[in-house]
Design a protein around this ligand. Structure first.
Ligand SMILES: N[C@@H](CCC(=O)N[C@@H](CS)C(=O)NCC(=O)O)C(=O)O
Length: 300
């Protein structure tokens, strides 16, 4: 760590990191009540299990939406084996620390999923892992051609590695920290804009992320960078997102897809002006929300 000659210049003034870090429960951040420095379950509770092969335990954040969009894309493409129940996990209330959830995901983060069509059932955590698993299981949205497949995985991993700097970095310090700090906001705003420029450059001469084909890379990247371009953290003016015209064009293309319209509302319980559906146990659950919003159903 770089030593500051004068601790009065630190934030707060006079702060010097102690020799050994200890947990300050009341750090004031938006998620302080659920964050802790240890893993594992905090309470005993089994998860509910519905009737479909896939049981998803999630919330409609960008990481959660990746999986519901993928499942809806598969269903829209006719893969009936992708039927799923989507149960709501309220991360603000600590549902991710139940014994049932931790058995699926020892990392206690949504999304988590079980595939009951295998014997024994398969547990799945990490949204990128789930996208690859579903793509391979159904043979969809992941090209088999050597170079296209490599490029899809490249961009999927780019998203998985990059987005924490947007969410945990920029979003945290710009929107969730108890007070505004110039240093981290500047650092992560620069990184977020750099990433948007990477994506904008990639999309300059391609319809989709890897070229002509829509893949799991588009699904993963859309949920994060679509949000940053349109609503996340109320930071669109601050980040001058109008500069990324290729990203904007690609968002419109992705959002026109039936699977995206359907999947992005699942487990969504927040966000102004968005279709929201706390839990999905049948296609008709989504149809009902779309019909109420005057946006039609998959059938018409
Ligand atoms: N790398 C993970 C990240 C998952 C993640 O960060 N999930 C957040 C919500 S988007 C969460 O569950 N947070 C709850 C917590 O940190 O306790 C993935 O892509 O699945």
């Amino acid at each position: 760590m770089a030593e500051d000659a004068n601790p009065e210049n630190n934030q707060p003034p006079g702060y010097v990191p102690p020799a050994v870090w200890t947990w300050d429960k009341a750090n004031g951040g938006q998620f302080a009540n659920v964050n802790r420095p240890t893993s594992g379950a905090t309470h005993d509770k089994e998860l509910p299990i519905g009737k479909h092969p896939f049981q998803l335990y999630s919330l409609g954040t960008p990481n959660g939406q990746k999986v519901t969009i993928m499942l809806e894309e598969l269903l829209a493409a006719g893969y009936e084996g992708a039927e799923y129940d989507a149960w709501l996990i309220k991360i603000g209330e600590g549902d991710q620390f139940s014994s049932g959830f931790v058995e699926i995901n020892p990392n206690s983060k949504i999304p988590a999923m079980m595939d009951y069509s295998t014997s024994p059932p398969t547990r799945l955590f990490e949204s990128g892992s789930m996208l690859i698993y579903l793509a391979e299981k159904f043979g969809a949205f992941l090209p088999t051609e050597h170079y296209a497949r490599a490029e899809t995985i490249n961009w999927l991993m780019w998203q998985m590695g990059s987005a924490p700097f947007v969410g945990g970095g920029f979003g945290h310090f710009y929107a969730y920290a108890p007070f505004k700090m110039e240093y981290p906001i500047n650092r992560y705003a620069m990184e977020t804009k750099r990433q948007l420029h990477v994506l904008d450059t990639q999309l300059a001469d391609r319809d989709y992320v890897i070229g002509d084909e829509y893949t799991i890379a588009d699904i993963a990247i859309y949920t994060w960078y679509g949000a940053i371009m349109t609503s996340a953290y109320n930071a669109q003016t601050f980040l001058s997102v109008h500069e990324y015209t290729n990203v904007r064009r690609w968002i419109d293309l992705v959002e026109a897809r039936e699977g995206v319209k359907r999947g992005r509302m699942v487990n969504r319980t927040f966000g102004a002006g968005e279709n929201q559906l706390a839990e999905r146990h049948d296609a008709s659950d989504i149809d009902r929300v779309l019909a109420a919003a005057g946006q039609g159903t998959a059938a018409g």
